[in-house]
Write a protein that binds this ligand. Sequence first.
Ligand SMILES: C[S@@+](CC[C@H](N)C(=O)[O-])C[C@H]1O[C@@H](n2cnc3c(N)ncnc32)[C@H](O)[C@@H]1O
Length: 215
Amino acid sequence: MKVEERKSKEKSINNFFKRGYKNDLNRIKDADVDKFSKTAKIHVEKITETQSKSALDVGCGTGGILLALQKKGVEQIYGVELCGEGIEVAKKRFEEYGDIEKANFFQGSIFEYTIPNVDAITIHNVMSCHPDAKGIAIKILEGNPNQIVNSMPRNIAILRIIAFILSIFTKLFMNGFKLYVHDTDEIRKLIEDAGYERVDYMKGFYWETSVFIKI
Ligand SMILES: C[S@@+](CC[C@H](N)C(=O)[O-])C[C@H]1O[C@@H](n2cnc3c(N)ncnc32)[C@H](O)[C@@H]1O
């Protein structure tokens, strides 16, 4: 995907999320795993299970998954997030409820970030709002993590139809923000070809979560 096209799409993504994150600035909260979505819980569980000492969250939003990981023993935390408001909230949460000294945040696109060499990388519901899921997968492999946990929408006809209908609406009223249902098999193969094995796979109606371990 051309850089200018990507940047324009990322501008729409930023605009879409920033209002919600701005509201969160007035209610800084601890991470309550019990209130996490089912898939987010799986991310936290799978990464702590392998006793990872460092983790990167791609598209970390307001840092909930990272804060939960730190509390469960992950020592070095990295978060990358397009939206400045998301990063601001995440930092405040770590200042108040975690250890900000052991957390590193980057505001900007994953494509403009130097991926640190971490034990685990989590990508929770990020590919669904970015046009270049394949590019994200290729980029994270630069960090050579031992474990990758990724949740993205299942590639099934009904979801492709829903995403298409929603896109007409969002294109008109939300500055071009779009939901994507990517080719999940292509992403899986790409990661497997880079030397990983999918060791866990869970699916609900909408999302699927894959856990990969470096062979
Ligand atoms: C649906 S939200 C999920 C947030 C968080 N992962 C969670 O589960 O709570 C998707 C997030 O990915 C971020 N994002 C999308 N594309 C990105 C990119 N290229 N680089 C960094 N962050 C990105 C968005 O700004 C948004 O905060």
